[in-house]
Design a binder for this molecule. Structure first.
Ligand code: SAH
Ligand code: SF4
Ligand code: F3S
Length: 441
């Protein structure tokens, strides 16, 4: 096509943004755009942004500044901001950075093509509505192109939890679940295009309560059991879960559902009940630990992952010690930890801060403990047999890289496996960030 335009999308933040970026690329495909990996080639640049911490939001403005020269050279270049910064700051973005032509919030992506048209007419376009219609339904019309073997699929959006530190309930809105029928047909389509592992996504994915196939409301476990029936789909994962939404049927599925992988991301944030209460987490350290025990009783080899915030307002050394104690008791195979970042408009934003140097020092101590645990659990894989889904070629000849059931990266040489194959692998060595194995079947 002579007048195909090029779209460059840069994605920040969580996996939900990764999924949304793919959908936006598809929607713009219908408007004559194909994606490019180089911003210099682009007719339109979209930043899909994250507002979770101050640094994440500020990155957007410094990135936008870098496009100034490009726009001077190419006046037809359109620049758009999507995602959570777009939702949180709206028009303010265009005020602060006048080169921005378009601002679109996460619930309005299906309106992108008409917004782009508006910018071509020389106008600015802004849409941060939370419309009634299902954006994903409107974003249909995917190409039948082959896909990488592991894919994301958003099943739930938004959050009703209102943790005192967090912007997500404001940027993504209330909890909404997609009907099971749409999720299933999307999963079938992905499998037809080569996908063998699907990670179900939601800000509170285990709060899923979508319209089921039989007129009733389905839980996440109901949905997983249905997806388990799809031939060719070999692995199911989900993220991110909230401890309060870990219902019995989901715990049981971890023990009984063959395709559900033995890995769970279950953020706790802090091990101090005083801090958990001030965070509005509505669980205690004790209730979280008891929950983990129940999940591990269903699936003893489960690998656990978590999120932690240090330096939350009024966190004392004693509170911090309680977090270290919880980590020692639970043992995490993977973890993400952050220094508290004040987010305007959230309840915690008004509270007195912990000294910054103190918070940084706590973060270092926390990360040292988490890395040590992570390494120990990774090293403990040596000698074990795991299944590996191969996702790409390695750096060396005849070497493939994939993910184990437990989400560890595994390098395997000389297996003759192709991308998309799943093989039984014996782990022989544990490196800095990955394992080495030999294929045994
Ligand atoms: N819905 C998910 C993830 C939310 S954002 C959940 O509830 O677990 C991912 C992580 O970012 C959170 O788990 C939290 O650890 C961190 N985070 C959120 N807001 C933050 C803030 N204001 N400062 C520092 N970290 C934050
Ligand atoms: Fe944010 Fe809490 Fe909701 Fe997670 S559960 S998205 S941390 S408000
Ligand atoms: Fe960031 Fe929005 Fe995800 S704030 S973490 S991109 S939901």
């Amino acid at each position: 096509m002579a007048d195909t335009k090029k779209l460059f999308i840069k994605t920040y933040g969580c996996q939900m943004n990764v999924y949304d970026s793919e959908r936006m690329a598809e929607a713009m495909g219908g408007a004559g755009y194909e994606t490019t990996e180089t911003p210099e080639d682009a007719d339109m640049i979209l930043l899909n942004t994250c507002h979770i911490r101050e640094k994440a939001a500020e990155k957007v403005y410094s990135e936008l500044g870098r496009f100034k020269g490009m726009k001077a050279d190419k006046p037809d270049l359109k620049i758009g901001v999507a995602g959570c910064v777009a939702q949180a700051e709206g028009e303010e973005i265009m005020r602060r950075q006048p080169l921005v032509d378009l601002v679109v919030g996460p619930q309005a992506y299906h309106r992108l093509p008409e917004m782009e048209e508006k910018t071509r007419a020389g106008e600015k376009a802004l849409d941060t509505d939370f419309p009634e219609e299902d954006k994903f339904e409107k974003l249909k019309g995917r190409s039948k192109a082959k896909r990488a073997p592991a894919a994301f699929l958003t099943v739930q959006e938004g959050c009703d939890k209102f943790c005192a530190f967090c912007v997500v309930p404001y940027t993504r809105g209330a909890e909404v679940s997609r009907p099971a029928e749409r999720v299933i047909s999307e999963a079938q389509d992905l499998v037809e295009r080569g996908v063998r592992e699907i990670t179900l996504l939601g800000q509170n994915v285990n709060a899923y309560h979508g319209a089921g196939l039989n007129g009733s409301t389905w839980s996440l476990a109901d949905l997983i059991w249905k997806l388990n029936e799809i031939d060719g789909l070999e692995r199911i994962r989900f993220t991110t879960s909230h401890p309060n939404d870990m219902q019995d049927d989901l715990i049981a599925a971890h023990g009984e559902c063959a395709k559900l992988m033995p890995y769970l991301h279950l953020p706790v944030q802090s091990g101090s009940d005083k801090i958990l209460k001030r965070m509005n987490r509505s669980h205690t350290a004790e209730s979280y630990i008891r929950l983990i025990e129940r999940i591990r009783a269903a699936r003893p080899d489960l690998l656990l992952s978590g999120d932690f915030i240090v330096g939350f307002p009024e966190e004392t050394e004693e509170d911090f010690q309680a977090t270290l104690d919880l980590i020692k008791e639970v043992k995490y195979g993977q973890a993400y930890s952050f220094k508290y970042s004040t987010r305007p408009g959230t309840p915690a934003a008004e509270r007195p801060l912990v000294d910054d140097a103190e918070a940084s020092e706590r973060l270092q101590r926390l990360q040292a403990l988490l890395s040590q645990q992570q390494k120990e659990l990774q090293d403990a894989m040596v000698g074990r047999e795991v299944s590996v889904l191969f996702e790409k070629e390695g750096r060396f000849e005849d070497q493939m890289v994939g993910k184990s059931d437990y989400l560890h990266a595994v390098h395997v040489a000389g297996s003759g496996a192709q991308i998309g194959d799943i093989r039984k692998v014996k782990i022989v060595e544990s490196g800095t960030n990955s394992l080495k194995g030999v294929a045994i079947a």
